[in-house]
Design a protein around this ligand. Structure first.
Ligand code: BG6
Ligand code: MG
Length: 218
């Protein structure tokens, strides 16, 4: 069997924290007197904290000072962390652990490639930290997805080439990042939304061991 690198996004792929990001951002928008839709929220997935706030302020037609911008980001993160602190292993999405264990038994590289600055803490909370060979998160990158930087750093740290990497992503921006990096992109979620992916599955329960084996040997 050959050795590939499987790079997992965190939010919306390993755990359903996308709903917590949404709730926390929405609370902030509501406090400024406007709201945004689930459809608009799709555009926030995979996007950095700074970029997310920029988009939300644009939707609400608000302009704020630099100090206020920083204050709002901190406020959102504080609200988000209230949800995160209560997280436990039960919140790992279906068959994620099974997939990680299969890949690890098959002697494959496993990496995290997330935009989140809270990634390490979340993996600790749900007890998955030790399953990853390499962790690249929002603290390591200068360019947000759809820039491929986060995935390229993961490949570099694993001493492997992009063409040996397979990325699992729930965000359009993340799929674009994987494609630009020259990696195999696997969308987790809605087929229509993630149509730019090489493959799309609703969740990991749809991903068979035979398919994983095929990815390893391709
Ligand atoms: C991504 C999420 O994984 O991380 C985004 O999909 C989020 O919604 C981004 O904004 C940054 O996360 P954090 O935890 O650093 O605010
Ligand atoms: Mg995500």
């Amino acid at each position: 069997m050959s050795k590939k690198a499987f790079i997992f996004d965190l939010d919306g792929v390993i755990v359903d924290t996308a709903k917590y990001h949404f709730l926390a951002w929405r609370k902030l928008a509501n406090s400024m007197g406007f709201d945004f839709t689930h459809e608009q929220n799709e555009q926030l997935k995979g996007v950095s904290r700074v970029k997310s706030l920029e988009k939300i302020l644009a939707w609400g037609n608000k302009s704020v000072s630099e100090d206020e911008f920083i204050k709002f980001m901190a406020q959102k993160n504080d609200d988000y962390l209230i949800y995160i602190e209560k997280m436990e292993a039960q919140e790992i999405l279906p068959d994620v652990t099974k997939t990680l264990d299969y890949l690890s038994a098959a002697n494959q590289h496993i990496a995290l490639g997330s935009a989140s600055k809270n990634a390490r803490m979340i993996l600790e909370k749900v007890n998955l930290l030790e399953k990853f060979d390499v962790l690249v998160d929002g603290n390591d990158v200068t360019k947000a997805k759809p820039d491929p930087e986060v995935f390229l750093i993961a490949a570099q740290q694993l001493h492997t080439n992009p063409e040996n990497c397979i990325v699992f992503e729930d965000a359009v921006a993340g799929i674009q990042a994987a494609n630009t990096a020259g990696m195999v992109s696997i969308g987790i979620g809605d087929k229509k939304t993630l149509h730019e992916s090489d493959y799309v599955f609703k969740d990991f329960t749809e991903i068979s061991e035979a398919f994983l084996k095929e990815l390893i040997n391709r």
